[in-house]
Design a protein around this ligand. Structure first.
Ligand SMILES: Nc1ncnc2c1ncn2[C@@H]1O[C@H](COP(=O)(O)OP(=O)(O)OP(=O)(O)O)[C@@H](O)[C@H]1O
Ligand SMILES: [Mg+2]
Length: 375
């Protein structure tokens, strides 16, 4: 297990006035023949912000990142870094540190030489590039291992070398495309924390790409959910999780209960709906428009109740309980719907319902989200 911790910043975060790393994409589109990889993308990243592109395979995440980095040319639209259009600038003049989806280290070069390589390509004198490479390796907790070849390093250590290589130019922003895809779960979580710590101490912005929703939730200031080359929702993690705009977003970001709903009235942030079999109720409304609607209630927001309690719930039957360790997953048939209720194992003693017994369940109105049913 990795124990080293990324060194605290010897490089002070820049002052607000001097802060850099704003990235703007305006109506960016990329086609490969008939394939529209990215479509009319508008995205702004503030200096110091950690923004994650989250989406399934083929949704356009890597293509978006490559256009920011300058390794792919966009078909139309414009990319700006710190307010300056970079459309005609080659990658090396964009002042960005990049870790690719399959970060490839040169196998015949030591860790230090891998980091030094890019500096040498840019004609930085040998002594200076040595010093800067060692400095970057220090920052990612690899001091002393600079002489090793990639095969003599663990997966996590190799990943740090790739990170050091991206940091060695003191970039204004880091672009990280699934940098931890090759790591096991524990190492991955460890690296997630280290990258966050590093980002905060350097005060730089990060454009991060993943298709792992837990990773996106854990790391981001803002999650941008992509599907078919477009942004379907963008917001802070808890907002996207608790207030998904479509059933697709709700299901992509974890488990949820979807109850078909008929909208009776809408008023600002609230809607009154008829939930088939569960009566009328007030739910949260983000104003998304569509033909068919449902209400999403996360399994952890569905609760057992002591008895009938009017709105937002009903009586049903507990059909199964599965102990998952930290949590217990219950299935309850209520109003003709099979709903999932998740509670902490440590809370379960109090409820103690037997499978097959009659139960009452309900939810808080502000935890029920009106959304559009796609497709
Ligand atoms: N060079 C290319 N030529 C043709 N089509 C391409 C090319 N590169 C990407 N595409 C297509 O563009 C779309 C977006 O690809 P992209 O690599 O951006 O997806 P992604 O979101 O990064 O997926 P993953 O999670 O699998 O890495 C896909 O349909 C892909 O097949
Ligand atoms: Mg990709």
């Amino acid at each position: 297990m990795t124990t080293s911790v990324i060194a605290p910043a010897t490089h002070q975060p820049s002052t607000t006035a001097a802060r850099k790393g704003a990235i703007d994409l305006r109506q960016v589109r990329k086609t490969y023949g008939d394939v529209v990889a990215v479509d009319q993308l508008d995205l702004s990243i503030q200096p110091g912000e950690f923004v994650t592109l989250l989406g399934p395979s083929g949704s356009g995440k890597t293509t978006t990142m490559m256009m920011v980095a300058g390794f792919e040319e966009h078909t139309s639209g414009s990319v700006m870094i710190d307010g300056v259009p970079v459309d005609s600038l080659p990658p090396r003049e964009r002042n960005l540190g990049v870790v690719f989806q399959n970060y490839a280290l040169f196998p015949h070069m030591s860790a230090r030489e891998n980091v030094e390589f890019a500096l040498r390509m840019r004609k930085v004198p040998k002594a200076e590039s040595r010093r800067r490479a060692d400095d970057a390796l220090d920052r990612v907790g690899l001091s002393g291992l600079g002489g090793r070849k990639p095969r003599q390093l663990s997966g996590g250590q190799q990943q740090r070398v790739a990170l050091a290589r991206a940091l060695v130019f003191n970039p204004a922003a880091l672009l990280l495309d699934e940098p931890m895809a090759a790591l096991d779960k524990r190492l991955r979580e460890h690296m997630q924390e280290e990258i966050k710590t590093l980002q905060k101490s350097l005060g730089i912005s990060v454009l991060f790409v993943t298709h792992d929703q837990d990773e996106a939730m854990a790391m981001s200031d803002r999650i941008v959910v992509m599907k078919d080359g477009r942004i379907v929702q963008s917001g802070p993690p808890e907002e996207v999780y608790n207030h998904p705009v479509t059933d697709w977003v709700a299901s992509f970001l974890g488990d949820t209960n979807l109850i078909p709903a008929t909208v009776i009235s809408r008023d600002g942030e609230e809607a009154v709906v008829d939930l088939a079999g569960l009566g009328t109720g007030r739910v949260r409304d983000r104003g998304a428009q569509g033909e068919r609607y449902a209400v999403s209630i996360r399994p952890e927001h569905l609760k057992f109740r002591a008895g009938p309690d009017g709105e937002n719930g009903g009586a049903g039957e507990l059909t199964s309980s599965t102990n998952l360790g930290a949590t217990i997953r219950h299935r309850i048939t209520v109003g003709g719907h099979s709903l999932q209720l998740r509670e902490l194992s440590s809370d379960a003693g109090a409820s103690g319902h037997a499978v097959g017994s009659a139960v009452h369940v309900g939810w808080d109105a502000d935890k029920a989200q009106l959304l559009v049913l796609e497709g």
